[in-house]
Design a protein around this ligand. Structure first.
Ligand code: 0A1
Ligand code: ZN
Length: 880
């Protein structure tokens, strides 16, 4: 059933963009819905660009054409032609109306793209996913985002089987039909690209709330889910209302329809989708309650609800000209979502989380065979470009621009961007132009960031002239060459900085331009530049790239004592954390190289002192106590041995635990455990976060004591966060003792897919070579299936991406099993197979045995002739 478009098809290039020769002004869609078969009638009012004389060509895949008529006349066989991936029609004119009728098979659609079934045939519901190119699996249409039409959608179906019928836009009537069937119509007055079309039909429950926008529109907010999940939608509703208010206040953006629907499904390829007026969510990003959701999950629900809602302006009202501009909507919307979450929670903790993700997911992507610019120059399969680079690095670029313009200037710029481009399909140049023009600055140098892949290395060297009290900071930049871009150019890098005195206080800064600020931004836009600070009373310790003011890697010749000073004293939580991360890297290097213990001691001593500092926020302390992860550590090695990295990182943490001491860890654990609650307020979350970290550290010193606490905590846990934390410690440190709680959890949550996913993921994460056998055993669990993306990701994705020492076995058996599963997955769902295949990223730097085995697994995948275009592109790039 899945399309197997020619895997070797030619790439699509940004440079080849041309405006569409044919547009659709209005479209009327008629769905005769059924689980096995659905029929779709489409009536397209066509507009032709008089400057182009191409004949009409529509996209369409896996569609059975039932009938076709042009301007009311049934088309003769020679007046149209079904071609690979579409339909050509002869004789159409400007203003012509094309009518087609097609048949599709939702229950057989395992790729979850187009119209598909969520859940079992008897009880599940129908829904659509059209981004990026799913609409062509529904009807023949110019499926490109610069074709924007007004949609009228009529749904017809059996009332008992499909009591709820939803589509994007405003409701425009409903009623009964013969034979127990009914209909509902929706009209969307805002012209939209096809990727924002959506429908949902089936048995769903709802919660609802009224909302009045700042500009006075009454909106009905409705969240829909299957009966067993509807009670877990209240937090999402609360987050939605807060998102709507925030967008009114922060960006002056109001909602623009009378209804806003949100639907939850267990079967979804991504996190969620911003379809106009009908957002569809993976349950993982929508459902939340104290018994089954962790604190991280609550935060994710809040963030994703906001993200999809914010798209209504950054993505829907102003959409993308073509898919190369994807970051125009995604980078900007991630940035908006990050700011919202920072406002709702703690700004430094949010920044720590975001930078952690950037370093763990985006930096490695940007340094490996899948590296691409935020605006790629070419692609074969657009679904492979929903990447950390387009999303996370894209958000960093917007953050950089926002930082440059300041809050008021950025708002002036976005106001102009939204008003000037409302209803249009825009390009990244339009974004930069609006921000720049509204502020009278030329932002065009920043475009270079969008076209160049790779993470710039920022080198810093300071020189203090004690007689002149002058401090000269020399900054230089270098971006490593990549296959596609052997020569990289210097970029404008805003470097936010401060200088610290030896007593840990910030020094006032005197430069030519500014005086007396304690924090300033300098822009490095050449390969190397010097910046001079006057009246500096003593040799300062510079704090650089504060807040990660640009997505770069800082290389500075700090001594461990200097980093320890910043870790101990920086008033900004994020910068303090970042100094701690840099110091931990030094400590790690020292352990690895058997070098002098200076850095290890500096890291451990400083953290041990902070551990005793009652003024420090518990959640920040928890983050400070975690060294960079295995993936980040591997990024710095030219030859990677994941098992050795794991061992060294464990040793480093053991040193920290020993320095703090078992007694203190034990006492802190007891005091935090005594204050445990089920609340999701910031204090309760911080308590849980620190309690978990303390227990993990204690387990490295005294596993018996820690497992004793963990066993009790598992039984008494008032929240999922505590329950899972306890289970994690038990499973890692006392396998035998973890059996009973694991069985207990499995039974308790047998009918809760999201909780079961966490059970699979927790075990897939257990380090070491035993992981392979564990994964195989878990595959035999009756609840395991490759057909559900969340389940496949929970087991296979967590193992390959979140457990380096378990996946990268020296004998290569991990790679072989994984390649096998990717093949099986590819036959069902190419998008998920391709995404999971990116776990091989970095294989070229593995030590020789593993590298050879990884290469063999990739080569065997590449040798299959039935690969989807999705998987073929990833594997092909990996082997370039
Ligand atoms: N635009 C969505 C992400 C998304 C992309 C592709 C999808 O199907 C292939 C689904 C969702 C977002 O950014 O939230
Ligand atoms: Zn998005």
């Amino acid at each position: 059933m899945n399309a197997r478009p020619d895997a070797s098809s030619l790439p699509i290039r940004l440079a080849d963009y041309r405006a569409p020769a044919w547009r659709v002004e209005r479209v009327e869609l008629d769905f005769e819905l059924g689980i096995a078969t659905t029929e779709i009638g489409a009536k397209l009012l066509l507009r032709r660009d008089p400057a182009q004389d191409e004949s009409l060509r529509l996209d369409g895949e896996n569609l059975e054409l039932i009938s076709i008529a042009l301007d009311g006349e049934v088309l003769a066989d020679d007046a149209y032609r079904l071609v690979d991936g579409g339909l050509e029609v002869h004789g159409a004119r400007d203003g012509s109306v094309l009518e087609t009728r097609v048949r599709v098979h939702p229950a057989a659609n395992t790729a979850l793209e187009g119209l598909y079934l969520s859940g079992p045939s008897e009880t599940g519901f129908l829904l659509t996913q059209c981004e990026a190119q799913g609409f062509r699996h529904i009807t023949f249409f110019p499926d490109r985002p610069d074709v924007q039409a007004i949609y009228t959608v009529t749904l017809r179906a059996d009332r008992a089987r499909f009591p709820v019928l939803l589509a994007g836009g405003n409701p425009d009537g409903s009623g009964e039909l013969e034979d127990g069937r009914h209909w509902a119509r929706f009209v969307d007055p805002h012209p939209k690209p096809a990727y924002l079309f959506a429908l949902v039909a089936g048995r769903l429950e709802k919660i609802e709330q009224d909302y009045r926008t700042a500009d006075g529109r009454d909106v009905q907010l409705k969240i829909w889910a299957e009966a067993d999940a509807i009670d877990r939608c209240h937090y999402a509703m609360d987050a939605l209302v807060r998102s709507m208010r925030w967008d009114e206040q922060a960006y002056g953006r109001n909602y623009d329809l009378d209804v806003f629907h949100v639907v939850a499904t267990h079967d979804f390829n991504m996190g969620a989708m911003e379809n106009k007026g009908l957002n569809i969510f993976n349950t993982k990003c929508l459902l939340a309650d104290a018994d089954s959701s962790t604190d991280d999950e609550y935060r994710r629900v809040e963030a994703v609800v906001a993200h999809e809602y914010f798209h209504n302006w950054s993505g829907n009202r102003v959409t993308c000209r073509d898919w190369f501009q994807l970051s125009l909507k995604e980078g900007f919307t991630v940035y908006r979502e990050q700011c919202f979450s920072a406002d709702m929670n703690s700004a430094p903790l949010k920044r720590i989380e975001d930078v952690g993700l950037l370093r763990r997911a985006q930096f490695p992507e940007d340094a490996g065979p899948l590296a691409h610019p935020v605006r790629p120059a070419e692609y074969r399969e657009i679904n492979n470009f929903y990447t950390a680079t387009v999303y996370e690095k894209g958000a960093e670029l917007v953050r950089m621009l926002a930082g440059k313009l300041g809050t008021a200037g950025f708002r002036r710029g976005t106001d102009l961007y939204f008003s000037r481009n409302d209803g249009r399909a825009a390009a990244l140049e339009d974004f930069l132009a609006a921000l720049g023009e509204a502020n009278d600055v030329d932002l065009s140098p920043y475009l270079a960031w969008y076209g160049q892949s790779g993470t710039p290395r920022l080198k810093a060297h300071g020189h203090y002239d004690a007689t002149r009290h002058e401090y000269t900071l020399t900054l230089s930049q270098h971006t490593p060459a990549s296959l596609q871009q052997p020569r990289k150019q210097p970029l404008p890098i805003p470097v936010k900085l401060a200088l610290f005195g030896s007593d840990g206080r910030m020094l006032p800064l005197h430069t030519d331009g500014q005086t007396d600020a304690s924090e300033i931004v300098v822009v490095l836009d050449e390969a190397e530049q010097c910046f001079v600070f006057r009246d500096v009373p003593e040799r300062p310790v510079p704090s650089l790239l504060r807040g990660l003011s640009a997505p770069a890697v800082l290389e500075c010749d700090y001594t461990p004592a200097e980093l320890a000073l910043l870790l101990g004293h920086d008033p900004d939580g994020f910068n303090r954390w970042d100094a701690g991360q840099q110091l931990a890297l030094r400590a790690y290097d020292a352990l690895r190289d058997g070098a002098h213990n200076g850095a290890v001691n500096a890291w451990c001593d400083t953290l041990a002192a902070l551990f005793d500092d009652a003024r420090l926020d518990a959640a920040l302390l928890a983050d400070l106590l975690v060294p960079p992860g295995e993936i980040e550590l591997a990024e710095r090695e030219s030859v990677v041995d994941p098992a050795r990295i794991y061992t060294l990182r464990q040793q480093l943490q053991q040193r920290l635990a020993a320095r703090i001491g078992a007694d203190k860890l034990e006492a802190r654990y007891r005091s935090l455990a005594a204050q445990s609650t089920a609340g999701i307020d910031a204090v309760s979350q911080a308590n849980r976060s620190l309690k978990q970290r303390v227990l993990q550290l204690l387990a490295l010193l005294d596993p018996t004591a820690a497992c004793h606490h963990a066993a009790t905590q598992y039984l008494d846990a008032p929240s999922m966060t505590d329950r899972l934390a306890a289970l994690g410690v038990l499973a890692r440190h006392d396998a035998a003792r973890s059996v009973e709680p694991l069985v207990h959890y499995r039974k308790r949550y047998a009918s809760d897919p999201l909780a079961l996913d966490k059970w699979f993921a927790l075990q897939a994460q257990l380090p070491g070579e035993g992981a392979l056998a564990r994964v195989q055993a878990l595959e035999a669990d009756p609840a395991f299936t490759l057909k559900n993306p969340n389940r496949a990701r929970a087991l296979l994705g967590t193992w390959a991406n979140g457990n380096p020492s378990g996946f990268h076995r020296a004998d290569g058996a991990g790679y072989r099993l994984y390649a096998d599963r990717l093949l099986a997955l590819d036959a069902l769902n190419p998008q998920i197979a391709a995404r999971l295949a990116t776990a091989f990223n970095g294989w070229q730097r593995l030590e020789p045995h593993r590298r050879e085995a990884a290469h063999a697994a990739l080569a065997s995948l590449a040798g299959h002739d039935q690969l989807s275009r999705n998987l073929a592109e990833i594997v092909g790039n990996m082997l370039k």
